[in-house]
Design a protein around this ligand. Structure first.
Ligand code: SF4
Length: 381
């Protein structure tokens, strides 16, 4: 059985003003100690893994995993090989903050086994980067990309954020064109979401954050599709674009409900059993996480076994994120009941409104459905 592996490194140089991820700017803990705990967790959990499992992807996310020493990355890749049969052709991705890398470091990551980088550019506009609280400049982002190419990486992704404070569709168009100039294999574009508990949420509450009007935000989403698709990218997921053959295998596995083991503080896992699957997470607090492992215990925070209805909902709202859509024959075979029997009545109006389309046995979001995906997904919950 194919499985995915995720490693969470929750440390950053500084907390960005919009960030709600499980990450901390804390230099008091040595990464060697964190990785020792993480390797312990990988070892402990491998005991419950079936013999026929093989890892097809390994993803280092964060936080800022590009702060890790390549020697520590290599130890984790080796552990994935020995404990989870990481395949020789596995996709091994590292999220890379442009403010943390040098040519030598990138070359060393490649020697450590990393074969794909996801570079967190976010914007090519220095004023925007400052407003977001990023630690790097636009120049450093471009340099990181060039250095990664020189280090031999042939699979590079860029992350960008649109609908930033003060941003107009014209400004966003320039961002997309700058991204295309670098010729990456993959581009992720996310609309800024102001999350509770972040400095941006406080600024918004105080009327200090001037976000684009909804029409402009919609236009920016549309521009992403128009510009990137014209330049050879496939719009394969709501927020993701790839050149042919360069979809993110790791994230595609998530949307297809491929079993995934997440390691590290606050990492999430998905097991195909019992029943219709189980979702688990480890504790987010690094101290608690390491203390549990020192006692030889797994640092569980939550565990939820899915019933059939929840699994059907997941199959739909994760699958519909992808342009491939959901194969309704496979859906019926998996759950023993048809989509129409369970959701037909509840979805009649969104079919009528043209948000969902059914073609050749596949259910897909329409062009408008992509813009209003959350309104579609709530129908399955
Ligand atoms: S670098 Fe990423 S994870 Fe770290 S604070 Fe910024 S947005 Fe959050």
């Amino acid at each position: 059985m194919d499985i995915s592996l995720y490693v969470h490194y929750p440390f950053c140089l500084r907390k960005c003003l919009y960030c709600a991820f499980n990450s901390v700017a804390d230099s008091s803990l040595r990464s060697e100690d964190y990785v020792a705990g993480l390797l312990g967790e990988m070892e402990l959990r491998s005991r419950a893994i079936k013999q026929d499992c093989a890892a097809v992807t390994l993803y280092f996310g964060g936080g800022t995993p590009s702060l890790l020493a390549p020697s520590l990355v290599a130890r984790i890749v080796d552990a994935a090989g020995s404990l989870y049969a990481l395949k020789a052709d596995a996709e091994i991705t590292l999220e890379c903050n442009p403010g943390t890398v040098s040519g030598q470091l990138l070359a060393d990551f490649r020697s450590a086994g990393i074969n794909r980088l996801s570079i967190g550019v976010q914007s090519f506009d220095d004023r925007m980067l400052q407003r977001l609280g990023r630690v790097h400049t636009a120049r450093e982002a471009r340099d990181a990309f060039t250095l990664a190419r020189e280090a031999g990486f042939v699979n590079l992704g860029l992350d960008l954020i649109h609908s930033l404070p003060g941003q107009t569709p014209d400004m966003w168009e320039k961002e997309l064109l700058r991204a295309c100039d670098l010729a990456p294999e993959h581009v992720s574009v996310y609309g800024l979401a102001v999350e509770e508990g972040t400095p941006f949420a406080s600024l918004e509450k105080d009327g200090m954050l001037s976000l684009p009007e909804e029409d402009d935000a919609v236009r920016m989403f549309e521009l992403s599709t128009e510009i990137l698709c014209c330049r050879g990218f496939e719009h394969y997921e709501i927020s993701n674009f790839a050149r042919p053959g360069f979809r993110s295998r790791h994230n595609s596995g998530y949307w297809k409900r491929v079993p995934c083991l997440g390691f590290g503080a606050g990492a999430h896992s998905f097991y195909p059993e019992p029943a219709h699957g189980m979702r688990c997470a480890t504790t987010e607090r690094v101290g608690e996480y390491l203390a549990a492992l020192q006692e030889g215990e797994l640092p569980h925070r939550e565990q939820r076994i899915l019933d059939r209805r929840e699994a059907m909902a997941e199959r739909l709202f994760l699958g519909l994120r992808m342009s491939d859509g959901v194969d309704l024959q496979a859906f019926a075979a998996e759950f023993g009941v048809s989509f129409h029997e369970v959701f037909g009545e509840g979805c009649a109006d969104i079919f009528k409104a043209g948000l969902l389309e059914l073609r050749d046995g596949f259910l897909r979001l329409s062009r408008n459905g992509l813009l209003l995906s959350n309104q579609v997904f709530v129908r399955f919950l």
